[in-house]
Design a protein around this ligand. Sequence first.
Ligand SMILES: [Zn+2]
Length: 443
Amino acid sequence: MQKPLSWFKHYPAVIILALLVFVGLFATHALAAYQQITIKANVVNVRQGPGLSYDVMSQANKGETMNVISQKNNWYQVRLSGDKIGWVASWLVDNTEVSATSNRVAKVTNSFANVRQSSSADSQLLGKLNQGDEITVLYQQNGWSQIKYNSAVGWVQSDLIEVSDQAPATVQKTTTAESESTDTDTSSSAIKSVTTQLDNTKLRTGPDVSYQYTQSYPANTKLTYINKSGTWYQVKDADGNTGYVASWVVTPSEKNEVVKTSATSLSEATIVLDAGHGGTDVGALSTKSKYEKDYTLATVDAIAKKLKAAGANVVLTRSNDSFVDLEPRPALANKLKADAFISVHFDSSNEANEASGTTTYYYSSSKDMSLAKAINNQTKTLPLNNRGIEYGNYQVLRDNQRPAVLLELGYINSDKDFSYISSANYQAKVADAVYTGLTDYFK
Ligand SMILES: [Zn+2]
């Protein structure tokens, strides 16, 4: 019985430290729980899942803000207008962390709780929760909690649930101010009208449910868009009545058509670029004993610049002259669930000036071939002879679970090839070829 007490006597510092760490973890969690992102690319796709393989459900414009629900594989799960949940690539958005209550686990404390389509007791019933059910609260306002419900969102009355952490009951005013200031006119100017999703959608005198409503509309009512105020739209109906509707109960129309053409999938792609060799592994040598490792790095830098400018998430297996073993290179692509892995090398023949040209290597025809074809089609435009696509049993390809190719971009011990390999002009041409190849591949 004396044991715990005596243990505390001997190790009070350890216990206090453990408590501090415990409290610290919770504080961090509370602060990071609610995040708002602002779209920084001209237009981004919102997809049904965290990756390029998922269908596009809508698009968002530069300056638009969204609330983050969760994060996976460098993608953000976000809450959209129209009560939908979708995913955007994290590198195409700016992340503004704000401290407020949201995205918390809560429990139903009442014997049951109705889940409704909007924050009003007369809105459509979506379903019912039972006492003890655990839910994720995304947002709270005016006595209502927006929750994750069946891969969309719904609303329950806040007094029927208990949120696990103590926190302010409403989102701080600064959040609204922020979304207003980052939400420039250009982002919303493409919206011509909005269409109600639900029966009994209220037109209110101000941008908040605390304002009185003057009209209510059935589902599929088209309203003319005037302006945006935080997460509310100022609109005008067919009879000329103006007021505000909540953005999440309406669908902005004629918005997708306006922006659709400028979105490219390359901007959503995660590309791992692998500069061959490095550090003590110098690679092959030119006739004047220049190292392959230096030109693979310079070429990868040129490719990276080009792809980053297109909005892609570019990750390098090495970014300086350091030794990186073979094993971690494909492992990085696997870990990131990269959409493509491209390894850059230069060939070498037994005798100097014996061979010339570029080759694209693949390992798995089912996984790698379409990427190999798309890129090799473009490396054909390079000034060196294209030797085609070949099977290559390289570890960086063999251990790769992601679409992967290894490019041999010329023979380093050919004086003719080396004059290209070592020139910034050729490196830029390679970057253009890889960029165009990837753009075709992701089409
Ligand atoms: Zn090599």
